[in-house]
Design a protein around this ligand. Sequence first.
Ligand code: NAD
Length: 297
Amino acid sequence: MSIGFIGLGHMGGPMVANLAKAGHDVTGFDVVSVACDQARQSGLRVANTLEETVAGCDTVLTMLPAGRHVLNVWSQLVSLVPERTLLIDCSTIDIDSARQAHAMAAAHNCPSLDAPVSGGTAGAASGGLAFMVGGEQPVFAKAEPILQTMGKRIIHCGGASMGQAAKICNNMILGISMIAVGEAFVLAEKLGLAHQALFDVASVSSGQCWSLTTYCPVPGPVPTAPSNNGYRPGFAAALMLKDLDLSQAAAEVSGADTPLGRAALRLYRQFSESGGADRDFSAIIDMIRAQSVDRRG
Ligand code: NAD
């Protein structure tokens, strides 16, 4: 396939490298010259303009910070590419912008997908991302082999914007569950229960969850978790805050009552604003611990 890839940041850079490695004819583009230079250094073709990037492409992917960037780029793209060009947005964006992007593409007769990812920069580098995809089934079938060169699990979640819906629902579970696990470890500390003992029980009991067994927020029980690495991300708290913001915006518009999602948003905002933004999101346990009261003696 001949592919244009727009947004060569932390995620887009390694994703585009995997597309090229799989033999696709890829041209990348970014508005920031450092990102372009890095991509060029790793042997990728990088264009100087959006127009140059998509010339002759049958597929265009975007991996951008937020909804406004996607709408800005897609509004230009649709007038640059021929009808039937496949447009795929892999960014994590709000539901309304995702719907608008699909509508823009449809108005120009271009099939489109929202395909946000999980797996972080490590997954992007290893080609191990999970893609949550929204759009029509035949469009999904056409895109699946392309996404498989960057990801291990490619899940069709339904029509337009359902990939974004799946992503923000999943990350709302993750944000809430990480706080729950952090609170449990802090309570255990107060009660004199060892971290390893709580882990040994909860990891095989009804408290079992990904935040505990894969990303345990205290050092020791899960050696690969960021807690053993000074809470270097991993998945930065700023990105968790972004996703919780998106899920609460969607809850408000749709009328879903999500009090724990709301509380998680408030706590991650507080954590980010007090210096935690660039730490792994599991470091929120430090804030929970710091806010606890010493009642000994
Ligand atoms: P990033 O900021 O590193 O990269 C985004 C890139 O888009 C930047 O290089 C920026 O210069 C470029 N850009 C912005 N506007 C542009 C435009 N008009 N034209 C061309 N390029 C433009 O962000 P990232 O970490 O790569 O994340 C990208 C998306 O993936 C976000 O939506 C994020 O929420 C999502 N995501 C990130 C992670 C992660 O761990 N970093 C994990 C899952 C999902």
